[in-house]
Design a protein. Sequence first.
Length: 140
Amino acid sequence: MFNFKDSGKQILSYARYVAIIITIITVIYGIIEGYGVGVDSGSFFSGFFYGAFIAFIGFCSAWVVGLFLSGFGELISNTQKLLTIAKNEQTVNQTIVNILTSMQASPATQDNDGFVHCPKCNIKQSSDRNFCNKCGTDLK
């Protein structure tokens, strides 16, 4: 019945229906009340204006209810979008951290015979070199 993935859109669509229903109910109520006041007072105009006033108040209240429901629907919809963006950003940030961590090499290790081994490609190099001959990793 209620899909929580698109709840903001559903509330927006319900807001329209609620506003229409409230307007219809208050117009009908205004007609009935206006007729009753007109019959009781014996004046058609007083009943008509009273009924029109009730219908106008109902229309205004339907507009306010629709406005609040639409705003709430937009709020939920935008919050869901922000959560999706935040999750994607967190995934991207973690990927960047993983890449940077993998790029950081441990310092070169030196043999007993005076050579160093590149920490990235493990190629044996002379100890006076600053960078690896093969991959360019900093050996110091």
